[in-house]
Design a protein. Structure first.
Length: 229
């Protein structure tokens, strides 16, 4: 049985990814932040809940090593944890930037690095990190200086990992969603056309496809999931 780690399993996107991989026969280990009391209705013997502070490098590495030791391999890692902040240059301090780097880059790096090392030993694996339009293109980043800088590092990390993994069946991809159709987004933008937004289930489907044999030839992929927006 293949094993996948999904960080931020209690989030809208994380929950959809957990469900998708369970449906397809994977064993899923989902991470939750300490003291996370979010409702989580998934009950499956192939799902394991793990409390991990992804801002702590040693704790994250120990978690990955424990998963690899228990299940023999890690086939896929999907990192969904992050944070958002508004603010242009006039309002943004280095402290604001550092906070966004920690939330959007370090939480990925701390889980992806040990997983990447494990996958290189296995000679196979798939890693997915969550990017953003402001992190990909500066013309989408107006008024989001710290957030865009934090997310931009995720793209550079994917490039570096793919370069190190040349000749090995270990691939790192970036998912770049536009507005995701979640209850929180509907509440904050009630006048929007929800039909144009990307569904969490659609993102999960796309990620799973990129783990399939049909997508084996793809490398260095930036997967833009924009819907009609």
């Amino acid at each position: 049985m293949k094993t996948v780690i999904v960080t931020g399993a209690s989030g809208n996107m994380g929950k959809a990814i957990v469900k998708k991989f369970l449906e397809r026969g994977y064993f899923v280990v989902g991470t939750f932040v300490p003291n996370d009391n979010s409702p989580f209705e998934i009950e499956d013997l192939r799902f394991e809940r793990a409390t991990v502070d992804l801002l702590q490098e040693d704790d994250s590495a120990s978690f990955v090593q424990a998963v690899a030791g228990k299940y023999g391999s890690i086939d896929t890692v999907v990192s969904t944890v992050g944070g958002f902040a508004m603010g242009g240059v006039m309002e943004t301090s280095t402290q604001d930037i550092n906070k966004q780097i920690r939330l959007n880059f370090e939480t990925s790096y701390n889980i992806v690095r040990p997983a990447f090392l494990q996958m290189m030993k296995q000679r196979q694996g798939r890693i997915f990190m969550t990017g953003s339009r402001p992190g990909l293109h500066s013309f989408h980043a107006n008024g989001m200086v710290a957030y865009s800088l934090g997310k931009s590092l995720v793209f550079r990390l994917a490039d570096l990992l793919n370069d190190e993994a040349k000749g090995v069946d270990v691939v790192t991809s970036i998912i770049v969603p536009s507005t995701i159709d979640t209850p929180q987004n509907r509440q904050s933008m009630p006048a929007a056309n929800f039909a144009d937004w990307v569904k969490p289930q659609e993102i999960a489907d796309i990620i799973f496809y990129h783990c399939s044999p049909e997508a084996r030839a793809l490398r260095e992929t930036v997967i833009k999931v924009y819907g009609n927006t």
